[in-house]
Design a binder for this molecule. Sequence first.
Ligand SMILES: [Zn+2]
Length: 85
Amino acid sequence: MYNILRALREAGAVRSFEANGSMWFETNTELHGNMVCRVCGRIFDVPPLGEEVQNALITSEHSIESVSIIMNGVCRECRSRMPPP
Ligand SMILES: [Zn+2]
């Protein structure tokens, strides 16, 4: 299974990132970040990066091959179960 995912990643059909000590694969290949909920451990997509950031990466003098943006926090569902601060 892992080799299939790796082949798909190399073909650009999936992207991968590391979070919670595991490698994750996703089919959303648009440049975006992922938020890991520290309470339930689920991983959520966060909106695509703004055009300005994307252009800065594209026009960088370096050849950027992948971008991982991992944010840690509490998801909306878990937040709603917490007492107000
Ligand atoms: Zn949660």
